[in-house]
Design a protein around this ligand. Structure first.
Ligand code: FES
Ligand code: FES
Length: 849
């Protein structure tokens, strides 16, 4: 027996195993999260004899006599202080990294209870956070240290949660103390585990799948194949993604599922899969759009290798070209990017009579319901999706990744089934940011006033469509930037290849085309002889102007103020880069786009019911603050329900930075109806009453003949400034943002800081490298930014005096936060050495490997 202690309790184990399995599976200590299984992310951080260690890399055979501490083993005072400090600082977003951060802080405090920010940054270097940009986590740890060394009393929870004030996130306590439930934290009686055998080759004909040996494995319960799937396609918009690849069909990428294996013990899944023999006829993969578009290229899908084409022509580019004094033409390549949300994809399906209950972590429970019911050919009403806490999404959890497989196996076996991707599988299987090649020509007059932009944008949408069509469309509609000129000719093509599928990723195509536009502006400014700041300032749209896409700029636009907010810092620094961006809130372009909310009064509390998925961006807290603002109720009288296809109405997908505006306005409407009945005192008197709020964004379709079509109901605007030090490392980032009314300032700052750091990673350190369709890196070598890589980030909010009515004037922030950072960094290097860097990761920087 191996004997050790966990939080003071004696534990004995018969056989050697990983510590994380003993903690999570045997002791049900689910505050210890499994983010990577390779010792690289820190979500499984524990203390072993007071030293921090990763539980996924510890074998218990080496722990005889050791004392293990998890969050549950901290003193009551420590737990209260960490909960308060993280909540007060706005340090919690998706929360998946937070328990690990807390234990790293505890390890630091054992030796240093009065640390500097630098010491805190170093202490959490082993803990990756993909959401926050680390700034507020360091704030929280500094605050916790202050409380713990001074015995300062903790302030009572605030009695109001009004708009524009800080309010600690709704799930703050659950996430900080690790007591909230993510999918993998659930278990059900009789639950089995399923996992897909993946393709060996990115393009190969599957000649034969022999499961006979695997079926003899004593822990094999079932193996499903394509013939077992009622409708063998899935796909968010285009159903072109095989649930399982059939014999006789071709694989399209290495993430393709060939067979689905179920076992009563997850430890045997790999062993069983290894016994399946697949015979392939290997074919040459198509690895880039240029190959895909060759006339002799093999067709990856029946309709050919082009998923989508776009053409946006406005004004008269030819005439503008003739008038232009300065013209630049440049080709750019922007790379794939991994979402790297800290929680790997997970789903549990539980059959109950005719109903399949799904416990999931996606960006829309209704999208899951639609796709699972279509696959199983059952009534959507019989698929009941319940959202658990979601450990990050950034667009990557819009598609089915594990939900359909869990549902399929549970439907066949009529017992609960859990499916989880390993981190390595997640890197291979789920969607990525689209690789893009952009050739862009931009012209201006002698003063630097923009006259036209012409561009060709080609994206690699990989093996399946996912959201490749809309991503291409947004890349095109935003390519010419938030500037006041109206002659554009933008062509876009999205191609299938044998690479991982390109899907939604924070920025949604705009990150790519914005990188090209903003770099072209730097080239033009140099030709004109004005600064990078000046060329943006003189061209920025103001209310009443017309965007290049034809839409009239609304009164709430404060782009120019964001540029002004950076003027002094631009003038007072050398090696400085600046970039602007705009991003739509809502799906727009004439498509149905509706936020919905039911408010019901139950047991004397106001239940706010929406299906808006909170993937860490904070929509739950936004809904709470809007409900409290509208009703005047205290937050402890309001319950925000988790998305659930029975209890909460369809509020659309968490995408396009839409939930704050769309669902926020639906909450406001429902709350306003409630106020018509409420006497301001007796909530119980309204028990059983329900109020419905709906907000529909009305827009014009692409190509509308209207003179100034409304493509989107709202846009956020931003300008970002980056300063390099003499060693050419980033010494400061200042982000000036117009996101309309700021509902929760620290939460919005946290979104922006996180987006800045994600942009920093894309520009400088991350490299999702693939060759012949195969990954050439591991999670640990992907280059995700760590706490010590992050320069000081300052956020400045700028607001128009004329805010819109909807959602108290709030616009989205999530996607915008990603966009201008990379070109601002490229601009800083261009300013420092005059070299235009046309691809990423940017070459010849101190961050280059
Ligand atoms: S799960 Fe252990 S370090 Fe990532
Ligand atoms: S809050 Fe850190 S990963 Fe989401």
């Amino acid at each position: 027996m191996i004997d050790f202690k966990v939080n003071g309790q004696s534990v004995s184990a018969a056989a050697d195993r990983r510590l994380i399995d003993v903690l999570r599976d045997d002791l049900r200590i689910t505050s210890v999260k499994e983010g990577c299984s390779e010792g690289a992310c820190g979500t499984c951080t524990v203390l072993i004899d007071g030293k921090k260690r990763t539980a996924c890399k510890q074998k218990i055979a080496k722990l005889a006599g050791a004392e293990i501490t998890t969050i549950e083993g901290l003193s009551r005072r420590e737990r209260e202080v960490f909960e308060y400090a993280f909540g007060f600082s706005g340090a919690v977003q998706c929360g998946f990294c937070i328990p690990g951060m807390v234990l790293s802080a505890k390890a630091l405090f054992i030796n240093n209870i009065n640390p500097t920010r630098e010491a805190v940054g170093k202490a959490i270097r082993g803990n990756i956070c993909r959401c926050t940009g680390y700034v507020k986590i360091i704030d929280a740890i500094m605050l916790a240290a202050e409380y713990l060394r001074t015995d300062k009393p903790i302030a009572a929870a605030p009695s109001a949660a009004k708009v524009s004030q800080h309010y600690s996130r709704v799930y703050n306590r659950d996430k900080v103390l690790g007591i909230g439930k993510y999918v993998d934290d659930l278990t059900f009686d009789g639950m089995i585990y399923a996992s897909a055998l993946r393709a060996e080759y990115p393009r190969a004909k599957v000649v034969k799948i022999d499961t006979s040996e695997a079926e003899k494995h004593p822990h094999c319960i079932k193996i499903l194949r394509a013939a077992d799937v009622p409708y063998n396609k899935t796909g968010h918009i285009v159903p072109d993604w095989d649930v399982l690849i059939a014999e006789g069909d071709y694989t399209r990428y290495l993430g393709d599922a060939i067979a689905l294996v179920a076992s009563d013990d997850k430890a045997y899944l790999k062993e069983i899969k290894d016994l399946i023999k697949v015979t392939y006829e290997v074919a040459e993969p198509i690895t880039c759009p240029a190959e895909a578009m060759r006339p002799d290229a093999p067709k990856l899908h029946e309709k050919g290798n082009v998923l989508a084409r776009e053409r946006l022509k406005l004004g008269d580019v030819q005439a503008a070209k003739e008038k232009a004094v300065h013209i630049v033409t440049q080709k750019y390549i922007t790379p794939f990017q991994e979402h790297a949300y800290m929680e790997p994809e997970a789903a549990i399906a539980v059959p109950e009579g005719d109903v399949l209950h799904m416990y999931t972590a996606s960006q829309s429970v209704y999208d899951e319901q639609k796709e699972i019911s279509r696959m199983l050919k059952i009534d959507p009403q019989n698929v009941h999706c319940h959202a658990m806490l979601i450990g990050g999404g950034f667009g990557g959890k819009e598609d089915m990744s594990v939900q359909h497989h869990a549902a399929l196996m549970a439907w066949h076996e009529q017992r609960p089934v859990k499916v989880i991707l390993s981190r390595q599988e997640s890197l291979v299987v789920s969607v990525k940011k689209h690789w893009a090649e952009i050739e862009m020509t931009t012209g201006c007059d002698e003063d630097g006033k923009l006259l036209f932009t012409e561009a060709k944008i080609i994206t690699d949408t990989g093996a399946y469509a996912s959201l490749g069509g809309p991503v291409l469309q947004r890349a095109c509609t935003h390519a010419a930037g938030p500037y006041n000129y109206q002659n554009i000719d933008i062509e876009g093509i999205a191609c299938y290849t044998n690479n991982p599928p390109g899907g939604a990723f924070r920025g949604f195509g705009v990150s790519q085309s914005n990188f090209a536009m903003e770099n072209n502006l730097n080239l033009l400014a140099k030709k004109v002889g004005i600064s990078a700041w000046q060329i943006r300032y003189i061209n920025a749209v103001t209310p009443g102007d017309v965007l290049p896409n034809g839409q009239i700029v609304s009164a709430d636009c404060a782009l120019k103020q964001t540029i002004k907010a950076l003027r002094e810092d631009f003038q007072n620094n050398k090696n400085v880069g600046i970039a602007c961006a705009f991003k739509n809130s809502g799906i727009g372009v004439g498509l149905p786009d509706i936020g919905r909310c039911i408010i019901s009064v139950e047991d004397g509390k106001l239940h706010v019911r929406t299906s808006a998925a909170d993937i860490g961006q904070g929509s739950t807290t936004v809904c709470l603050q809007i409900a409290c603002q509208t009703t005047g109720l205290a937050p402890d009288k309001v319950v925000i329900e988790a998305p659930d296809t029975v209890r909460t109405p369809n509020s659309g997908t968490t995408t396009a930075s839409r939930q704050t505006l769309f669902t926020g306005q639906a909450v406001r409407k429902a709350a306003s109806l409630f106020m018509e009945d409420f006497d301001g005192v007796d909530l119980k008197a309204l028990n059983g009453k329900r109020y419905f709020g709906e907000y529909s964004g009305i827009t014009d379709p692409m190509g509308s003949p209207k003179p100034n079509p409304v493509s989107h109901v709202a846009y956020g605007y931003a300008s970002t400034l980056v300063v390099l030090d003499d060693a050419k490392r980033l010494s400061k980032v200042i982000a000036a943002y117009d996101i309309g009314r700021v509902i929760n300032p620290k939460s919005a700052e946290g979104q922006i800081e996180g987006g800045v750091v994600m942009g920093l990673g894309w520009a400088l350190t991350e490299n999702y490298k693939i060759e012949q369709g195969a990954l050439k890196f591991s999670y640990g070598s992907l280059g995700l930014p760590r706490s010590t890589d992050v320069p000081p980030i300052e956020v400045r909010f700028c607001q128009s005096p004329d805010l819109a009515e909807e959602a108290y004037g709030a616009k989205g922030v999530g996607e915008l936060a990603m966009i201008p950072t990379a070109p601002a960094i490229a601009g800083a290097y261009f300013a420092a050495d005059g070299v235009l860097r046309d691809t990423m990761p940017l070459v010849d920087t101190p961050y280059s490997k």
